[in-house]
Structures are given as structure tokens and as C-alpha cells.
Write a protein that binds this ligand. Structure first.
Ligand SMILES: O=C1O[C@H](COP(=O)(O)O)[C@@H](O)[C@H](O)[C@H]1O
Length: 333
């Protein structure tokens, strides 16, 4: 499997492009200077573009991905607020952007040429809006509003319009601060990392009466930790067996195993990692995890080991300043 790793470093305004070999070692392929602070990134479902949110001139940039994974800027479009998180629907027709500072989620159509256009809809009033997560059926968009302790549920129409679901929101406990989400491959469960109390919450989806129901909440902090909790990111292996979440104050990754159905997590251990890990990701084989240290200016690669998903450090690499986003792309065959 041929893969490349993209890391976004907003302080030095760079995207680093790394080739990843079968043993998880990285080789630097390209450093792209970007006009602006680069933050969230996502690869299009067709795997031909990398979409990147930049500030202070709020825009999404579209980079064409070459056969070897290197990037060439191909277009851009305005965004309604500072981009905190960007994602697409599963067909690559619409791009969603969440803005924490501007409290909104927007939908931008993606042209046949793969370039996003100006937003067709902006939904305001989502305080601390932190991510937009389309379910495995491509029908329901889950949008955590961190400062409101709620996850808003929207139906995605064929024309890209979002409308509130019958159950328009679910709430967390007060002060949890829901932030990023992952879906189990079976589509019946989702996992949300709560930033402010550093917990991971399991949501059962499509439960009949309600559309989402909290079924488990686990602490993700080492038992001796007594500082300010500050969780950030969450990722699941492609087979749905292992789940990871990071906390920035303690600079740790919490490791969970996932039941076969996806309904239950077991905390397996903790991995000390780069200082202030805000973003990390898992490769497409499910064998490697790459974590970025916002304050160490390095990324570290780990092997995911059997049977519990614990992490073994493999290599550490200097990137740009303040790295905070990691995306791993499987090259076209
Ligand atoms: O992680 C966090 O995210 C929000 C939003 O970040 P931004 O990069 O979009 O400005 C941030 O303000 C918050 O303090 C922090 O914990």
C-alpha cells in the first residue's frame, strides 16, 4: 500500500508531504508554502484533491494530488468564518466547514472540476462549532457545538441543504465540550471526544425513538493526572477495533479497544506523545498512527500492536512550526 502523510503547520504556513513506506518510515517529498495559516485538511473521497482551510483571509484551498502524492494549488473559495474543521460528504459533492470562533457550519458545493465554490448555506448560532461529521449512510450530519454541550443533527438534502432532524440535537453532560467524532464502520455507533472534561462518549445511532443516545462515557486521562483537561482529537482504525484520543495538557494518547458491535470501549492504556498533541491520524492499513506536537514542532509515528492496540514509537520527524493537523492519503493504484 503506497501512502503519503500531509501535516499542516500554521505558524510557518507550510504543508509537509511525506512518503510512508510499509514499515511506517517517512521520507520528506515536498514542503508547500501556503499563503495563510493552514489548519484543517481533508482528502476528497475520489482521492484527487486535498482541501485546506486557511486564515486570516478565510478560504478553502484546493490542492490537486499528483500520482506520487505531491500537491499543486488548483483553486480556492471563500469561507464564512475562521476554519476550525473541514470535511466532505461521502460522495465528494459538498464541503462542510465549521468555525469555532464564528459559531457556524457552512456547506459549499464542490464543482465537477473538484474545486469548492462559495457557500450555499451558513447555519449560525452554534457556539464553539468544532466539527461536521457525515454518517456512513451520507444522510445525517453530526455537528458538535462545544460551548453549548450539544451535538446538532442535520439531514443532508440532495441539493446540499442542511435541515434539522426531527431530533435536532443531543446533549452531553454540562461542561463536557463535544469536539471531534468518528463512526464505527457498522454505522450504528459513533464516538465523540469531549474537550473540556477529556472523556470519550459512545453514541448509539438510529435507536428508534431517538436518533442518537449516549450509551457509555469513559475517562481518557491517566489516573494520576490532576491538571486542566484539554482533549483534542479522536481516530478509529479502519477495521473499527481500536480507538485513540489525545489530551493536550498531559500530552498523552489514550488507547481503547472496541467491541465487535462497536457499542462498548475498554481502556487499554496510555501513550506519552509529542508536546501538546492537537491532531493525529491513522494510516489506511490500520498499522500506524502519526501524532503532531503543536509545541514540539515534530510528528511521531507509532506502530499499532496486537492484541490491544497499544503503540510502539517508530520514528520522530521535525516538521513546520505549530503542527496541528495530520491527514494520511492512500495513493491511487
Ligand atoms: O482546540 C481549540 O480549538 C478552538 C478553536 O480553534 P481555532 O484554531 O479554530 O481558533 C480554540 O479556540 C480553543 O481554545 C481550543 O481549545
Amino acid at each position: 500500500m503506497k501512502q503519503v502523510v500531509y501535516t499542516a503547520s500554521p505558524e510557518s504556513q507550510q504543508i509537509h508531504v511525506w512518503q510512508m513506506n510499509d514499515e511506517g518510515a517517512l521520507t520528506l517529498l515536498q514542503v508547500t508554502d501556503v499563503a495563510g495559516q493552514v489548519q484543517p485538511m481533508v482528502v476528497s473521497p475520489k482521492r484527487d484533491f486535498l482541501y485546506v482551510g486557511v486564515r486570516p483571509n478565510f478560504r478553502v484551498l484546493a490542492f490537486k494530488i499528483a500520482a506520487d502524492g505531491t500537491l499543486t494549488e488548483a483553486g480556492q473559495a471563500p469561507l464564512p468564518g475562521s476554519p476550525t474543521h473541514i470535511s466532505t460528504d461521502r460522495e465528494g459533492r459538498f464541503l462542510f466547514c465549521c468555525s469555532y470562533n464564528d459559531a457556524c457550519v457552512s456547506v459549499s458545493p464542490i464543482g465537477d472540476d473538484g474545486i469548492p465554490q462559495a457557500p450555499l448555506q451558513v447555519i449560525n448560532g452554534l457556539d464553539g462549532c468544532h466539527s461536521a461529521n457525515i454518517d456512513t449512510d451520507n444522510k445525517t450530519l453530526y455537528v458538535p457545538a462545544l460551548k453549548q454541550d450539544r451535538i446538532c443533527l442535520f439531514s443532508l438534502g440532495a441539493d446540499g441543504q442542511l435541515t434539522p432532524r426531527k431530533q435536532a440535537q443531543v446533549t452531553t453532560v454540562e461542561g463536557a465540550g463535544p469536539r471531534h467524532m468518528q463512526f464505527h464502520p457498522g454505522g450504528q455507533f459513533a464516538y465523540c471526544v469531549n474537550e473540556l472534561d477529556s472523556t470519550v462518549e459512545v453514541w448509539a445511532l438510529n435507536t428508534g425513538e431517538g436518533e442518537a443516545e449516549s450509551v457509555q462515557t469513559l475517562d481518557m486521562m491517566p489516573p494520576d493526572f490532576n491538571g486542566t483537561r484539554w482533549a483534542a482529537d479522536i481516530h478509529l482504525t479502519p477495521d473499527g477495533r481500536f480507538l485513540y484520543a489525545c489530551d493536550r495538557t498531559s500530552s498523552t494518547l489514550a488507547v481503547f479497544s472496541v467491541s465487535e458491535l462497536g457499542d462498548e470501549l475498554t481502556l487499554e492504556g496510555f501513550q506519552p506523545t509529542e508536546t501538546q498533541p492537537r491532531g493525529f491520524n491513522i494510516d489506511h492499513s490500520g498499522r500506524y498512527l502519526v501524532a503532531a506536537g503543536q509545541k514540539s514542532h515534530h510528528i511521531e509515528v507509532y506502530a499499532i500492536s496486537e492484541p490491544k492496540g497499544l503503540l510502539q514509537p517508530l520514528g520522530r520527524y521535525a516538521v513546520g512550526q505549530g503542527p496541528m493537523w495530520v491527514v494520511i492519503h492512500q495513493l491511487q493504484a
